[in-house]
Design a protein around this ligand. Structure first.
Ligand code: SF4
Ligand code: SF4
Length: 425
């Protein structure tokens, strides 16, 4: 579904970057990574899970803007994430890996695991908004455009990055409406349209294509999004993935809190997976999907979900990791509940909560900087803008650093910055 230009136009841009000498301008970035001591200098992703230090960047199961994804992956690799979760699309996976390798050219960190997200049935994360702007009344104040957190709704008169995106890569004219590659299905535009013009198209990732992706050397993990209410579609997807599972380091299942049935459903899914599971497994507790950027309270449901599962006696094996509404307040919320980097029963050697995944909030704090880049040739490599990269890295560390450091201290851009968990950068 993602644009297919990635393997042609973008590497050409990269060649420009590789000869630009911009690496020489990254001493401040290197200093910051060194000073913070990001765990990926010395700690493997599975060790992070054991310690409760695990951090995952969620690019978005449906977000397919490969330019932003490449730059986000670069920034968060430098910030020390353990995993980058993206759409199960070959172009998107290549963009993530490109960003990781570009980061490792600046600082030789260990590579985060690359995870692809798929669904076993209809799921909020796997949908796109659509409407025909020709049908919109001319005097509509366009609340859809204002509410969209991904800048995925644009109208022809407004010149933007999306225009560059389209003009450079599509043979057709610039179009108005939903920029499909940027829409990640949050649904916020849907209820604000006063004329009921917006629809949602759902889709299920193709299992055979996913299995091919999982066999790639640069893919380490899969995440299966499920409603947890029916085992049949989960079993069908799992069986369809066949031996591709054996190539992985981690299998994650992302599920909502369905109350008293949650643990029995997890056990049913585990019994399906267990015979072929030769790697780590993880349960992603999806509190309030795709909402971390809307405010402090958005993280409450993921904390409540964690509390629920932490006290569940008969849950199946596997790390627990929060997502859905996670933001700069999540670590403090876990600490208040006594669940942050806390060991379980005496027999359990690892933390009850393995870590935290950040999605919309992580993208939002960097998106502001990415949108301010002004590329001369259409696509911006953030490392060609050292000041922007340093600022973005500061923002990223201020978020994910709260998971792996007690106190995040930074000194860059002429000022000293010191942050404790929960503070905004
Ligand atoms: S669903 Fe969300 S991301 Fe997609 S266009 Fe609507 S507001 Fe934007
Ligand atoms: S709010 Fe509805 S009618 Fe107005 S521009 Fe958006 S989609 Fe069109």
């Amino acid at each position: 579904m993602a644009l297919n230009f990635y393997n042609s136009a973008f590497p050409a841009q990269r060649q420009v970057k590789l000869t630009s000498g911009s690496n020489k301008c990254h001493q401040n970035v290197k200093n910051l990574v060194s000073r913070v001591g990001v765990p990926s200098i010395s700690c493997s992703p599975d060790e992070s899970l054991q310690k409760g230090n695990w951090v995952k960047l969620i690019c978005g199961a449906s977000f397919e803007d490969v330019v932003d994804i490449r730059n986000l992956s670069l920034v968060y690799t430098l910030a020390g994430v353990d995993c980058i979760d993206c759409a199960a699309d070959a172009s998107v996976v290549s963009a993530v890996n490109e960003g990781i390798e570009a980061a490792r050219e600046i600082v030789p960190l260990r590579r985060p695991w690359v995870m692809v997200s798929v669904n076993d049935d209809e799921d909020l994360h796997f949908r796109k908004a659509e409407f025909d702007p020709e049908n919109c009344p001319l005097d509509c104040p366009r609340p859809c455009e204002n509410v969209c957190p991904a800048s995925a709704i644009l109208f022809e008169k407004e010149k933007s990055i999306a225009e560059v995106f389209y003009r450079a890569n599509q043979t057709g004219e610039q179009k108005s409406g939903v920029i499909t590659e940027r829409c990640y299905g949050c649904g916020r535009c849907f209820p604000v349209c006063p004329y009921d013009k917006i629809g949602m198209v759902t889709y299920v990732r193709d299992t055979a294509a996913t299995a091919e992706l999982l066999r790639r050397d640069d893919v380490d993990a899969v995440e299966i999004h499920t409603s947890a209410r029916q085992i049949k579609p989960f079993r069908e997807l799992w069986d369809g993935l066949d031996d591709s599972i054996t190539y992985l380091r981690l299998v994650a299942v992302s599920l909502p809190n369905i109350g008293d049935e949650t643990v029995s459903s997890m056990n049913s899914m585990y019994s399906v997976m267990q015979p072929c599971l030769s790697c780590f497994n993880l349960w992603q507790l999806d509190g309030r999907p795709m909402s971390g950027d809307i405010g402090q309270g958005a993280t409450r449901q993921s904390i409540e979900f964690a509390v629920h599962l932490a006290s569940a006696k008969y849950r199946p094996p596997g790390f627990l990791q929060l997502a859905g509404g996670t933001n700069a307040h999540t670590v403090d919320g876990l600490k208040r509940k006594g669940l942050f980097q806390t060991s379980g029963e005496p027999k359990q050697k690892h933390s009850i909560i393995g870590g935290i995944a950040y999605g919309g909030y992580a993208r939002k704090i960097i998106g502001r900087i990415l949108s301010s880049l002004q590329p001369q040739h259409g696509f911006a490599c953030i490392e060609d803008y050292p000041d922007h990269l340093l600022e973005a890295l500061g923002e990223a560390i201020a978020l994910v650093g709260t998971v792996y450091m007690e106190r995040v201290e930074m000194s860059f851009m002429g000022s000293n910055t010191s942050l404790t968990r929960g503070e905004q950068f």
